[in-house]
Design a protein. Structure first.
Length: 83
């Protein structure tokens, strides 16, 4: 099935580029131009990459909590808004 109709790029081609190291829509665009014309396919490419098409993404998923930078959890004290 075509992902990028502007350049005739298929899901299979996107996955192949992901397998060879393209882990972002920008890297996919660098590999095959998909997403560089009308841009309507970028979300679909992002979705394909988000489904584990990229081998490097798996290594990110296996990181432990100590490896991930701290982010706001919502339990921090809230700053009152100015009246
Ligand atoms: S459909 Fe991919 S750039 Fe237009």
């Amino acid at each position: 099935m075509y992902v990028c109709s502007c350049f005739g790029i298929t899901e299979k081609q996107v996955r192949e580029h992901a397998d060879t190291g393209a882990c972002t829509p920008r890297q996919i665009a660098g590999a095959c131009k998909a997403g560089t014309d009308c841009g309507s396919c970028v979300r679909r490419i992002q979705a394909l990459l988000g489904r584990g098409a990229c081998p490097r993404r798996e290594s990110l998923d296996t990181l432990g909590p100590a490896d991930v930078p701290a982010v706001a959890t919502g339990s921090e004290p809230q700053i009152a808004e100015a009246a």
